[in-house]
Design a protein around this ligand. Structure first.
Ligand code: C2E
Ligand code: MG
Ligand code: MG
Length: 713
């Protein structure tokens, strides 16, 4: 019961005590009521009995007065007649006697009473209780003798009064009653009333055998003192007790039920509490886990971008006015190659290893977080400007330390962009963007490992933002134009093809090259639209040149990866060709190596090739130097990237690469072209190594369509 706290228990116990007291009170009350009822019943019975006996006493008194009046000398017949009359006028009397000098000379009726006729009351002991006659004579008043066994048999009671002649005793008159008559006639029928002596000896009445409490009322009848009694029926007591036990039991049952319900409810609540606490604990564990997942990078176990942003914001919020921060944006160089050649799990392993090296590398950063695939950010507090290069060198040596992965020795490097708080911005997003941009700058520069954000870059950025904003309207307002760069056969000098290169005729900025906006087009999701426009424009231009009776040359179009996700691409493409009534082989699609690598595009590329469109890989060799891939690509042509061309005469590695590409291309039957050829030396080298097709400023720069027409004229 410990589960019930003290208060309710006290209340219940209190209630039970009060209940028991009330029930006990009720019990005594009902027993008492019964007692009182019986007692009053008994009293009325006693009155009835005594008054009935008194009635018989009055007969004795009548006879007494009669004898006193007529005297014993009167004619016996007169006395006898009187007795007969008195007897007949009364009920329930056994006999009436007159005993002059104690001898029963007059007796009525004789029948049934002959046993006492003419008997002397003094001599016949059977006629009275010893001493009773003397008592009658002495008392000079009514006496009652009995109940006793009468001389005539049966049980009776005799009421006597003595007669005197002056002071001298002269006789006794009496009336005898049958006890049976008394019981049957003077007591209420169907009652258990009986009469006892004062000491409790049974005298007459309804013989009782019941046990139980006896209730009495005293009866004083002349010389007799009796008790009229009745037994309190124990059944009544039991009934009262049963009643209260029933009430008690019902109440206890109700209380037990309530307690059971309370207990059950409490148990239920406790169980609920237990479950809730377990769930809460689980929730806290998962919250912590979630927090870890939310704020930490699962691969490297260092903070993630969200953590970095939150924490940086917190730092800036509480920064002193003199506080400065230096933000590094790191990106591994050529990490994609590792992923693509060694697999993603090797890539992950590399990231993990490098992150650990940096964490353990005693670099004085405040925070180091992974923000993307191979991108990390690092924050320094109050790093003097001249220390930037020192830290960069530290990072470089950690990253470039030999790393073996899948049996391959990897030579890793990183590009780092740096932005400064508060110098470059007070805003975290800006600082990150600036560092990111600077990182790209560092990547492009091919020289030092890092680039510190500067004014020039800021202007570029503003321009980029502005461009992104105006792109949509540029498409609608036809602000884009195509320039065409001729491709020549360097051996014969003959123009063999053209490459369409997009320009933006910006209303304020003038003619902008693709470098200014292609990225923004891609970001704005406008690349499909732009490519469609280029294709349509090229076809329109070719159609116009044809109308101008110009010889049509195969024209290549730069196709970005996103265009391949264009719906109804093939249908659109051929409907445009149909519209301008152009042969499919008039078009060449330049795709990047990364597009060529995506096998999902192969069916489309194959379909284009089957329909006669030439597919070439642009900037070949920049991304995936492995020539191994070549044999899988469903393409016709390879464009050697300008970076290798610039290496001619400078780098034997570049020259070797060019030679290898040329060899593999001829063996696999691919057309070959070199772009970005600016010098005769480069052209000569290429011609020598069987790469006759050339595109470059050495021959032509990209020209407007009009210039091309003039060129052909
Ligand atoms: P790309 O496809 O590799 O085009 C060749 C780029 O090299 C052109 O730059 C061209 O002007 C430049 N070039 C040609 N010969 C020489 C040379 O001898 N020396 C030097 N330094 N550069 C030379 P441009 O026109 O600025 O285009 C840059 C890139 O923009 C293109 O590279 C291509 O990837 C992209 N692009 C151009 N037009 C389009 C287009 O319509 N759609 C798409 N998606 N991309 C385009
Ligand atoms: Mg191109
Ligand atoms: Mg190119």
């Amino acid at each position: 019961m410990a589960f019930i706290n003290k208060k309710p228990l006290t209340i219940i116990l209190g209630f039970l005590v009060v209940l028991q007291i009330s029930l006990f009170y009720y019990y005594t009350l009902s027993v008492d009521r019964e007692y009182q009822a019986l007692k009053s019943d008994l009293s009325s019975q006693a009155i009835m009995l005594t008054s009935n006996i008194e009635e018989r006493v009055s007969i004795v008194k009548g006879v007494y007065s009669f004898i006193q009046t007529v005297g014993f000398d009167a004619d016996p017949n007169v006395i006898n007649r009187y007795l007969a009359m008195a007897y007949n006028n009364s009920k329930h009397v056994l006999n009436i006697t007159v005993a002059p000098n104690g001898i029963i000379n007059y007796l009525y009726p004789l029948v049934g009473n002959t046993a006492i006729q003419d008997k002397s009351l003094f001599l016949e002991s059977s006629l009275s209780t010893p001493g009773m006659i003397q008592e009658t004579i002495r008392s000079q008043t009514i006496t009652v003798d009995g109940p006793r066994t009468l001389a005539q048999g049966s049980n009776g009671m005799i009421i006597r009064q003595a007669l005197y002649n002056g002071d001298t005793f002269s006789g006794i008159v009496s009336v005898t009653l049958r006890i049976d008559d008394i019981v049957n006639q003077f007591l209420l029928k169907d009652t258990d009333v009986f009469v006892t002596k004062v000491d409790g000896t049974f005298l007459f009445g309804n013989e009782h055998s019941k046990t139980g409490k006896i209730i009495t009322v005293p009866i004083k009848l002349y010389n007799q003192e009796w008790l009229m009694a009745i037994t309190l029926d124990p059944q009544k007591k039991w009934a009262a007790l049963r009643d209260i036990l029933f009430i008690d039991f019902s109440f206890i049952l109700i209380i037990a039920f309530i307690m059971y319900i309370t207990w059950h409810q409490r148990r239920f609540n406790q169980e609920l509490e237990r479950i809730v606490s377990i769930r809460t604990r689980d929730l806290r564990v998962s919250e912590r886990l979630y927090e870890k997942l939310a704020y930490y990078d699962s691969l490297t176990e260092i903070p993630n971008r969200r953590y970095f942003m939150d924490e940086f914001a917190r730092l800036l919020q509480s920064a002193e006015p003199t506080q400065s921060y230096t933000l590094f944006f790191l990106d591994l160089n050529k990490f994609k190659e590792i992923n693509d050649t060694l697999g993603h799990s090797a890539g992950d392993q590399v990231i993990k290893t490098l992150a650990k090296r940096i964490v353990d590398g005693n670099i004085p950063f405040r925070m180091f977080a992974r923000t993307g695939g191979d991108e990390f950010v690092m924050l320094f507090g109050d790093l003097p400007r001249d220390q930037i290069s020192v830290v960069v060198n530290q990072i470089r040596s950690l990253i470039s330390a030999t790393l073996y992965m899948a049996g391959t020795q990897l030579n890793l490097s990183t590009s780092i962009g740096v932005s400064l708080y508060p110098e470059h911005s007070l805003n975290i997003e800006d600082l990150l963007k600036f560092a990111d941009m600077s990182m790209y700058q560092a990547k492009m520069m091919d020289g030092p490992d890092y680039f510190l954000f500067n004014q020039e870059l800021r202007e570029k950025l503003t321009q980029k933002t502005m461009i992104a904003k105006n792109l949509r309207s540029a498409l609608e307002n036809n602000e884009f134009v195509l320039h065409y760069q001729p491709q020549v056969n360097a051996v014969t000098g003959e123009i063999t093809g053209l490459e369409a290169l997009i320009r933006w005729n910006h209303p304020e900025k003038g003619l902008l090259g693709p470098g200014h906006f292609i990225g923004a087009v891609e970001e704005a999701g406008l690349m499909i639209q732009l490519t469609d426009w280029v294709i349509r424009e090229v076809c329109r231009q070719l159609c116009q040149w044809r109308e101008d009776n110009m010889k049509l040359l195969r024209t290549s179009i730069n196709i970005s990866n996103s265009w391949f996700y264009h719906r109804n691409l093939i249908e659109n493409l051929f409907s445009i060709l149909d519209q301008y009534q152009l042969e499919t082989d008039i078009l060449e699609f330049e795709i990047t190596e990364s597009t060529a690598l995506l096998e999902e595009h192969y069916p489309l590329l194959q379909l284009m090739r089957d329909r006669g469109i030439v597919v070439s890989i642009d900037d070949f060799g920049t991304k995936y130097s492995s020539l191994n891939y070549l044999k899988h690509f469903p393409v016709n042509k390879i464009k050697i990237d300008r970076t290798f061309i610039t290496g001619i005469g400078v780098s034997t590695i570049d020259e070797t690469i060019i030679k290898s590409i040329a060899l593999v291309a001829s063996q696999l039957g691919y057309e070959l072209i070199a772009e970005g050829v600016e010098t005769q030396e480069q052209a000569d080298f290429l011609i020598k190594h069987e790469c006759h097709h050339i595109q470059g400023f050495l021959f032509y720069i990209p020209l407007p369509a009009d210039e091309i027409r003039k060129l052909f004229r």
